[in-house]
Design a protein. Structure first.
Length: 452
């Protein structure tokens, strides 16, 4: 059977989509190639959120095709995901040796299309149509084989798309309208994962806090999303629940309260801020004010004092003045995020912000990026240092990628912990004492492990 290599760009949703495609192909008899240079089929799962991610994938494909042309002319090359969706047929026009373009509602058709291409029945396939029900098709998992060490923790897609239309963001165009799976469907998938040894589940979607809004009624003051978390929480053997990516406006009283009430819901909340300036928040169409954002974080910390709060921020949105930027800086000082991802604004085709006046020059974007990054990293480091000397529960994921002699695990608040353990600890929950910190990493002492 042919071998396939999938390279993924972008977010956890993309990682999950790639896993589902890989699992689908394996179940049809394909093998997973160790390298792109030996595979019979190479698929790049792409990201469109910033221009750089698109350019990386395009360059990669050009290089791969160039290298294979002489020596291995029969290799099948395909793009999947967000850039495949937004550029469609244009990609095969630009790269004549490209064979396949699979949009974001068509991942489940990968095997069928590859079979047709490999059998020579069709020469090229581009499919970026909408497909009703596609939100429930990302369900196969790779729980054994090459990636088995990951099986302690799994991602489950609960919805697709986003209707928020933030003015800078391409996601509503690449992922389409919000469409949610049913609670029952998600729970069955989670039960199967837990039966297979999974202890931690991350519920995934582009805006998970809007899960089920249209189809599932509020019950006892609880939104559909909180109802879903409660249903997953019931699963025996599941230890930890996480979710990503939420929207700040989705942290209503019901979700805030759930962090204090549900023991499996991990003490980690991501609230993408984007900007600390009310003027820019409005232009971005974010749907909250600076004050409301700060209030939510206060409420979360009251409900669950151990909670770690992380964020995403964009610098250089069109029209951002020094005063706007200072508002973002001051909010970061006030809130003290445990981690913040700072992005340089990237103009995205067909988004409203791309047409706004006063696009910010690149040097100024770079300057603000560096200033904000320095400030948030300093704050984050002090919050990491506060762990030194403390004992904390980790879920051991397996050997560290950088140094396989070390094991890696995660705290409930989603910090990475490295320690000198043994691979038989994979998948275990254990307490470690934090001895020191590195860059966004905690180091635990093996001597104090409560090993069985
Ligand atoms: N809920 C989505 C968020 C979109 S992308 C998700 O996680 O999939 C993640 C982050 O990328 C956003 O929170 C935002 O900070 C950043 N981002 C989105 N569009 C951007 C753009 N045009 N330029 C720079 N950063 C962007
Ligand atoms: Fe993008 Fe805003 Fe939705 S950042 S994914 S449009 S919440």
């Amino acid at each position: 059977m042919p071998s396939v290599y999938i390279k993924t760009y972008g977010c956890q949703m993309n990682e999950r989509d790639s896993e589902a495609v890989a699992a689908q192909l394996v179940s049809k008899g394909y093998t997973l190639a160790k390298s792109e240079t030996t595979a019979d089929v190479v698929l790049l799962n792409t990201c469109s959120v910033r221009d750089m991610a698109e350019q990386k994938a395009l360059n990669k494909m050009e290089n791969l095709i160039g290298a294979a042309r002489k020596k291995r002319p029969n290799v099948i090359f395909g793009f999947m995901g967000c850039m495949a969706q937004s550029r469609g047929k244009q990609l095969v026009d630009q790269l004549p040796d490209l064979d396949l373009v699979i949009g974001t509602q068509k991942f489940h058709r990968a095997a069928e299309y590859l079979d047709e291409l490999l059998a020579g029945k069709r020469d090229k396939i581009v499919d970026v149509e909408e497909e009703k029900g596609s939100e429930a098709t990302i369900r196969e998992h790779l729980l054994s084989g090459a990636k088995a060490s990951k099986a302690v923790s799994a991602f489950v897609s609960i919805m697709q798309g986003c209707n928020q239309y933030c003015t800078f963001c391409i996601v509503p165009y690449t992922r389409g309208e919000e469409r949610s799976r049913t609670i029952e469907d998600v729970v069955v998938e989670c039960q199967q994962l837990v039966a297979g040894g999974v202890k931690e589940i991350t519920l995934l979607g582009q805006i998970v806090t809007s899960y089920g809004k249209r189809d599932i009624k509020v019950k006892d003051g609880k939104s559909a999303f909180v109802q879903l978390i409660e249903a997953v929480h019931e699963i025996n053997g599941l230890e930890r629940i996480r979710f990503t990516s939420p929207h700040p406006k989705g942290y209503g009283d019901d979700l805030v309260e759930a962090f204090g009430r549900l023991p499996k819901l991990c003490e980690s909340a991501h609230l993408p801020l984007q900007s600390g300036s009310d003027r820019l928040l409005k232009l971005m169409h974010r749907g909250y004010t600076r004050e409301r954002f700060i209030t939510i974080i206060k409420q979360l910390r009251q409900s669950q004092p151990k909670i770690a709060v992380t964020t995403d921020i964009i610098v250089g949105f069109p029209g951002e003045t020094e005063a706007d930027f200072e508002e973002t800086m001051s909010l970061c000082r006030e809130v003290q995020f445990d981690n913040a991802y700072i992005f340089k604004y990237s103009q995205r085709k067909d988004t409203p912000a791309a047409e706004m006046p006063d696009q910010i020059p690149q040097e100024l974007i770079e300057d603000r990026h560096l200033r904000l990054l320095t400030a948030v990293n300093e704050i984050a480091a002090t919050r990491y240092d506060a762990f030194i000397g403390k004992t904390t529960e980790i879920l051991v994921e397996g050997p560290s990628k950088k140094n396989p002699a070390r094991m890696t695990g995660r705290t409930r608040c989603n910090r990475i912990v490295l320690f000198d353990g043994n691979s038989r600890h994979s998948g275990q929950l254990m307490d470690v004492k934090i001895e020191r910190t590195g860059s966004f990493t905690l180091y635990g002492d093996p001597a104090i492990l409560n090993l069985d």
